[in-house]
Design a protein around this ligand. Sequence first.
Ligand SMILES: Cc1ncc(COP(=O)(O)O)c(C=O)c1O
Length: 426
Amino acid sequence: MNSPVPLVPSLEQVRAQFPALSRPTAFLDNAGGSHLPRCVIDAMARYMTEHYVQLGGDYTESLAAGANVAGAHDLVKLLLNAHGAGEVVLGQSTTALCHLLASCYAQAPRPDRNEIVVCTAGHEANIGTWMKLAERGWVVREWRAERDPAQNHTWRILPRSLRPLLSERTRLVTFPHVSNILGEIVDAAEVATLAHSVGARVVCDGVAYVPHRAPDVQRLGVDWYVYSTYKVYGPHGAALFGTREAFAELEGPNHSFIPRERVPYKFELGGVNHESCAAINGLWEYLCFLGGEASLPTRTPSTLSRDRAIIERAFGLMERRELVTQSMLIDWLCSRRDIEIVGPRVSGPSRVPTFSFVVPGRSSRDLATRANRQGLAIRYGHFYSKRLVESIGLEADDGVVRVSMVHYTSPGEIERLIAWLERSPD
Ligand SMILES: Cc1ncc(COP(=O)(O)O)c(C=O)c1O
């Protein structure tokens, strides 16, 4: 029997899932945080109404609460293709999870491997906390973004520049999968291969990647991968994947009587946010809708490959939709001699639809706040990638103008923005 052909929802059907999109604002600040589909909001409210109890009891509601927390870990594993490779820790934010990881490494020093390479072109969440290891005697080496003469002198994070920074003493390499300013996808598999060739581990910040593509941590070969759930159509919170081998080297900070082997719980101080777990579980319904499922399939250990295929179809649709709007904007930006794009001047699969630019002689702040008054939700600044913005030679507080889209962004919203930029008064 043939399997049913997936139903591909239209852009209108997709947008109708997001209550916030019925507002007149053209929301182009998605790299800051995405909107929520109705099913995610409902799942959280339902959980708080029906099962808002502690874990560990054998009564109905407590068993359901336990299944809710386990289900959220499981969905994140599916999203990252992590099943069988390692575990997922849920936490308050990517910043908090990077701090947690750095403090665990600080407690597990290895005198023969006391060097760390930190890519300083990413978000500060995956930089500052690692830099602090220098206070404990670690040697920190900076891997910086640079202009690539082969690509129009675009600012890029190049794996080839990592190579000379590595040695047999390198313990870790930390880097972004995508910079939240530049928008270009870094070849994380190449970074992992380079780091592993000297026996180092990698910590990849996937925050700016996961809203657009479902990473496959096994194919990438990364040891640690972290992202923020509130940028992926979900609740405030974050998730950290680690391989079994990477976790085994560290002792989690949870209570001393909790055995070291109890991962992820040993790394989830006091437990996780249950209502956020409910919202993460609610995302499954939305991904099934995007993936063209006519009904809501139940996830079980025996349906892993079918479930991952649904995720890949859902993110495949996101990517196709994003290509339309990102091309519209980049074509217009490239046609303007008075605008300097920060990041690759290309559309296509090598980037995500996060665009930063400056208009020489004009303040980014002024431009963004004027646009905001017209219902165009864009932003300006350094977006906590302060070191990158400064190294580009910009004044950090004014920074860049950033326009960031996701799959629900409509061509009409981009037309509105372009029309306003065309006539925006000096
Ligand atoms: C690329 C990137 N990494 C890390 C973070 C920090 O995430 P969180 O707010 O969850 O700490 C952000 C937030 O904007 C980000 O864009």
